[in-house]
Design a protein around this ligand. Structure first.
Ligand code: APR
Length: 247
């Protein structure tokens, strides 16, 4: 399977990666669903936009615990580094991610489109001022704007919010112009993100999937299924391609 995946990537003219929470699990960030999933421990209501506006303090208590208390210590793992190495070797053009943890950028990937935004910045819902999370104290919740005392919201997409248009347009462009899509660590259950690999397949892309479990994509669109954890599969794939990553 790894030889076949390597062959597909070598032959491709334009490669794209589509990643989900599973690629960051080995960096210590729990997934949302499945074993140890966050939605088995926390109520996803905290990420519904109406609830956030009606119960900002309660929502922020959970958001801080999930996304800021331990996310910020996470480091890129061999899978993130592997995708950055593929980009350096000209074998991958873009990473489309559902993740908000900034680990692809930290690993060195430069063409990263974040379908669900990024947790590094907070926005004032009132005056739209933008702060890096390191500039804001989360000791008193909810955090408020230094300029207008408005409520600060993480700059990632809540349930009920629309996908950032630039990320959506770029993702659709890449999905319809790539001849290989490497899907890593996603259940494929959340739309519209999950439409991207399906669009790629419809436009003739070969789908390589890395996931220790089957996903909604596995029997529907996947051509090469590497049933393995992301760091193990990516390391074996790069070995097949004769690429070493800067660890
Ligand atoms: N390596 C690769 N994949 C893994 C690993 C691992 N070590 N561990 C778990 N996985 C897989 C699981 O098998 C599962 O398919 O990662 C996937 C995690 O699924 P989800 O938690 O549902 O993550 P994702 O598909 O990215 O969720 C999509 O849902 O709640 C929203 O906005 C949130 O972006 C998220 C979206």
């Amino acid at each position: 399977m790894y030889k076949k995946a390597a062959e597909v990537i070598r032959r491709a003219n334009r490669g794209t990666a589509f990643t989900g929470a599973g690629i960051s699990v080995e960096s210590g960030i729990p997934p949302f669903r499945g074993k140890g999933g966050l939605w088995g421990r926390y109520d996803p209501t905290c990420l519904e936009i109406e609830y956030f506006h009606s119960h900002p303090r309660e929502a922020w208590v959970v958001i801080k615990e999930i996304f800021y208390d331990f996310f910020t210590r996470a480091k890129p793992n061999a899978a993130h580094l592997g995708l950055a190495a593929l980009e350096r070797e000209g074998m991958l053009h873009t990473v489309i991610t559902q993740n908000i943890d900034n680990l692809h950028q930290a690993a060195g990937s430069t063409e990263v489109y974040e379908f669900h935004g990024n947790s590094q910045h907070l926005l004032c819902v009132n005056c739209r001022a933008r702060f890096h999370v390191s500039e804001v104290s989360l000791e008193v919740l909810p955090p408020t704007c230094d300029y207008c005392e408005g409520l600060l919201k993480p700059d990632f997409i809540f349930f009920g919010e629309s996908i950032p248009s630039n990320a959506y347009e770029r993702a659709v462009h890449e999905a319809t112009h790539s001849d290989v899509l490497i899907v890593v660590g996603t259940t494929g259950e959340v739309t519209p993100a999950a439409l991207i690999p399906r669009m790629a397949k419809q436009h003739g892309a070969a789908i390589i999937e890395i996931n220790p479990e089957e996903s909604a994509f596995t029997h529907e669109i996947t051509d090469v299924f590497l049933k393995e954890k992301a760091t193990v599969a990516m390391t074996r794939l790069l070995n097949e391609l004769g690429i070493t990553t800067a660890e």
